[in-house]
Design a protein around this ligand. Structure first.
Ligand SMILES: CC(C)(COP(=O)(O)OP(=O)(O)OC[C@H]1O[C@@H](n2cnc3c(N)ncnc32)[C@H](O)[C@@H]1OP(=O)(O)O)[C@@H](O)C(=O)NCCC(=O)NCCS
Length: 271
């Protein structure tokens, strides 16, 4: 299947894009999402799709454990094309982490469907789904957080174009950049035996929801960043990745997401 070779539904201008939750890993639309996932994200940015599949399967089999994550895979397609794998426009995957907030892991839009608002729709729907989850638990939803890998100065222009697309999208959905933190995460593309594989530095973005932006002081942001390490990566304080992400004197602060999109030269100048 060549998801991105033709543009069978572009003329519909995606005025009516439908977003729904995937519950069946054998559904051709879910399989199409796995292909889009692998095509649109670099290997060192993604976990094996099998883990995502597993979480979709688990949702259909058992009630979530108390305090357990509530994971969701949402898919998007033009109205009337929800059964056509070639028309899959995009997907988003993430979870509610009770007692913490929302965590958006991955989002991707097919080439032919870009710049039509699909990414924005997926984010908005994801926020709504997590609100429902939090409401069911009787909890507020203070924020949704996500990570993104900024290209290095020598990366090809296409990587920088995609970074611009990402930061514009993040800006559009009300995301703010946590400036001052390089979040060090494990390199999933490395061999499991390879302890020497350098960690991947990620930029963090946050959408304040039930907590106002002004409440995200540097101290609160350090807690949020530390929480991500503990809950998602099982890195506790005193572990190398935790401590290198939050060194003494680290003063994270929120800035508009579009500011993170500015390209820098190797010497750190804006270009
Ligand atoms: C990043 C990505 C998800 C954006 O999806 P999208 O559906 O094209 O985004 P939208 O159409 O909702 O656009 C949102 C905003 O970003 C802007 N934008 C999107 N792509 C852009 C581009 N290439 N250049 C400049 N701005 C862009 C849009 O104009 C829009 O802003 P506006 O409403 O002010 O005009 C998509 O490019 C993609 O899948 N990239 C590859 C996978 C990836 O990088 N995923 C993110 C991992 S963190």
């Amino acid at each position: 299947m060549h998801l991105q070779q033709n543009a069978p539904v572009k003329d519909a201008a995606l005025s009516k894009v439908v977003v729904w939750e995937a519950f069946d890993v054998t559904d051709p639309m879910t399989l199409a999402a796995s292909q889009l996932y692998e095509k649109t994200l670099a290997a060192d940015e993604r976990i094996p799709w099998m883990w995502i599949e597993q979480s979709v399967q688990d949702r259909t089999k058992s009630k979530p454990r108390p305090g357990g994550w509530s994971r969701h895979l949402l898919l998007a397609a033009p109205e009337g094309k929800q059964d056509d794998p070639e028309a899959l426009a995009g997907y988003v995957y993430g979870a509610l982490l009770p007692g913490y907030g929302g965590y958006l892991c991955y989002v991707g839009v097919a080439d032919w469907a870009r710049r039509m608002g699909v990414g924005r729709r997926l984010y908005d729907q994801f926020f709504k789904v997590l609100r429902v989850d939090a409401g069911e638990l009787g909890e507020p939803l203070p924020f949704v957080i996500w990570e993104s890998h900024r290209p290095d100065p020598m990366s090809p222009a296409s990587d920088w174009e995609n970074w611009t697309a990402r930061t514009r999208l993040f800006d559009r959905v009300g995301g703010l950049w946590i400036d001052g933190v390089d979040f060090l995460s494990p390199n999933f593309a490395a061999d499991e035996e390879d302890d020497e594989a350098p960690p991947v530095p990620l930029q963090l973005f946050i959408k304040p929801l039930d907590v106002p932006e002004a409440a995200f002081t540097p101290e609160r942001l350090r807690e949020v960043v530390g929480g991500l390490h503990r809950l998602v990566y099982r890195n506790e304080p005193d572990s190398p990745m935790y401590d290198r992400t939050l060194p003494p004197g680290c003063e994270p602060r929120l800035r508009p997401a579009r500011v993170a999109g500015v390209r820098k030269s190797e010497r750190g100048e804006l270009v």
